[in-house]
Design a protein around this ligand. Structure first.
Ligand SMILES: NC(=O)C1=CN([C@@H]2O[C@H](COP(=O)(O)OP(=O)(O)OC[C@H]3O[C@@H](n4cnc5c(N)ncnc54)[C@H](OP(=O)(O)O)[C@@H]3O)[C@@H](O)[C@H]2O)C=CC1
Ligand SMILES: CC(C)(CO)C(=O)C(=O)O
Length: 326
């Protein structure tokens, strides 16, 4: 399969490297100057496993506008607010045969991708896997080889031969793919996890394991999940797990799956980048409004994350002012 990775950050590098290593022809695209420069300078990317055994993996990287080859699949792995910009930069690569895969967190990217490609060629889903971008051209794959899993779901809910082929490639790459046929249900299952773990760990500056160890973590998780569950039901989402099972799953993944992980939203908060909270808890609030409901817990969390984002900027400003006035 010939694949373009649209967004070669933590997850783009992880999917791309794993699929390349099992024989796919993978081309990495990115717009972040330092990342492009580091990968080109080092003739590849530095890949760690759980912070150990770094190795250099040779990869091809360039800007989307510099790449002009026909590909079978584009894998979008930018943050949600950059999906439109990235798709626009990749639109010359899309013809009537091109498929687009997104396993981004949050709700909203598929609607953007639909502006560029017919929905029968969009494969959505979720990545139940943790990855950390240490810096430009330097990535840490959390979990042993074969750890983590991927849920794939066609937006049409009708898997076709290309989707089965992709599942096979992911199996070879030990990515543990599961093919689903419940589009919204698949995305919301991950949304519940991110609405709890990403948001609370970012606000509190803690790992998922620290959150799970909090004496009131179950009640706090229930508060967010139960509210969101009602919203999902009102939106007609077919949920395959009960509210209680979802809460149990979130606490299990936090305690045993990724206890040392700072979720991707935390990584954005600490590198001074915008977070995806509007596409996570914000999506719950937006969907609630659509049905005349309210989601006050998620609404508060969205506001608090934005407050932290702004505090981060004002802290930098205060430091600059202090230096200048010294
Ligand atoms: N990391 C994780 O463990 C997981 C992440 N996800 C989801 O996958 C999607 C992609 O996330 P992820 O791979 O973590 O994102 P990253 O932030 O690692 O990378 C996304 C893009 O952001 C830009 N970028 C990253 N860091 C910087 C920086 N310091 N300065 C400037 N630009 C930067 C890069 O290019 P550009 O400038 O071109 O945007 C990069 O391609 C998101 O929707 C996320 O929620 C899902 C499961 C797990
Ligand atoms: C919490 C985690 C790792 C779940 O897979 C995630 O989605 C993220 O870090 O954004």
């Amino acid at each position: 399969m010939k694949i373009a990775i649209a967004g070669s950050g933590a997850m783009g590098l992880r999917y791309g490297v794993l699929l390349q290593e099992v024989g796919n022809d993978v081309h990495f695209l990115d717009t972040w100057d330092e990342n492009l420069a580091a990968i080109k300078k080092n003739h590849g990317v530095k890949v760690w496993r759980d912070g150990e055994n770094p190795r250099m993996v040779k990869v091809n990287v360039c800007r989307p506008e510099e790449f002009n080859e026909k590909v079978d699949l584009i894998i979008v792995f930018v943050k949600d607010m950059h999906t439109d910009e990235m798709m626009n930069k990749c639109k010359h690569l899309i013809d009537e045969d091109t498929y687009v895969l997104t396993n981004q967190n949050g709700i909203g990217s598929v609607e953007v991708i639909e502006k560029y490609v017919n929905k029968n060629r969009i494969i959505a889903g979720t990545a139940v896997i943790a990855t950390v971008l240490n810096g430009p051209g330097d990535v840490d794959f959390i979990g042993k080889r074969g750890a983590g899993s991927v849920n794939l779901v066609n937006v049409t809910e009708k898997p076709d031969s290309f989707t089965y082929k992709l599942v096979e490639e992911m199996k070879k790459a030990q990515m543990n793919p599961a093919l689903k046929t419940n589009y919204k249900g698949t995305l919301w299952t991950k949304l519940f996890l991110n609405a709890v773990a990403n948001t609370l760990c970012t606000l509190m500056n803690i790992t998922m394991g620290t959150f799970a160890a909090y004496s009131n973590s179950k009640e706090l998780t229930e508060r967010i999940v139960y509210e969101a569950y009602r919203v999902a039901e009102a939106d007609g989402v077919k949920l395959e797990q009960t509210r209680e099972e979802i809460v149990e799953h979130i606490l299990y993944v936090s305690k045993y799956g990724n206890p040392l992980h700072y979720p991707s939203m935390h990584q954005d908060m600490s590198t001074g980048r915008p977070t995806e909270v509007d596409y996570i808890n914000g999506a719950i609030v937006k969907t609630a409004k659509k049905h005349g409901l309210e989601a006050p817990t998620s609404a508060l969390l969205v506001d608090l994350v934005h407050l932290r984002e702004e505090m981060r900027e004002s802290k930098v400003l205060i430091e600059v002012v202090q230096k200048v006035t010294k």
